[in-house]
Design a protein around this ligand. Sequence first.
Ligand code: ADP
Ligand code: ADP
Length: 236
Amino acid sequence: LAIFEVRDLWAYYNEKPAIRKVSLKIPEKKITAIMGPSGCGKTTFIRCLNRLHELTPGASIKGEILLRDKNILEMDPVLVRRKIGMVFQRPNPFPTMTIYDNVIAGYKLLGVRLKREEADRIVEEALRKAALWDEVKDSLHKRGTYLSGGQQQRLCIARALAVKPEVLLMDEPTSALDPKSTAKIEELIVELKRSVTIVIVTHNIAQAGRVADYTAFFYLGELVEFGPTSEIFTVP
Ligand code: ADP
Ligand code: ADP
């Protein structure tokens, strides 16, 4: 069952196409890896899925992206980003905020004022889902940037999960991390797919093999392969 159905998607920077006529169904509650050489459009593609692409000066987009049959290109972009969370290559907790405030930052950005107990509950739940609670529960009022790189990335995952998105987009989430932190985050990603659909950009074939149920290969802005990861990586 697909959560996203992308139809004839084109994405441009100053009229120059970076995504060319891509059609793809992204399966729900599965992990889909987006792979391909540098510059093939991986980041542009996932930034279309939460309408970040259109915020780039000179960028435009054409086609349809159906999220459960509703075209997100016709929805309020703020609402889209509420449903489609994102984690970036470099951990980017808000530098002046505490761990606690980072986790509920999504609500602040949406202008939602939470009651204290409700915020406490959301913070604990999101940090537990991100496998970070035990490490930070006694330092919630320290700055997020005081954590290690791997912890900061898990904090960013908690921040994304806190608003209960339907999809979590991850743009090379481990490429700035050491092998131990990477292994921890891979384990977490696999655990998360019970509750959320994940689309992960990765350069790393071994990582796609370890975490992804499906793999899409892009080349020069086109989708050239898509299927179960085991079939994509099997030489006939
Ligand atoms: P990947 O993530 O696979 O490395 P990108 O999506 O970053 O690929 O880039 C796809 C193409 O779009 C590349 O040719 C790149 O140079 C171009 N591109 C990316 N970002 C911009 C931008 N902000 N302005 C102009 N061109 C861009
Ligand atoms: P200020 O008006 O100084 O910006 P804040 O919005 O930072 O105040 O809130 C002060 C404290 O209240 C924060 O440190 C946090 O613990 C709590 N808080 C902030 N925003 C929320 C929210 N949306 N829901 C629940 N608690 C919040």
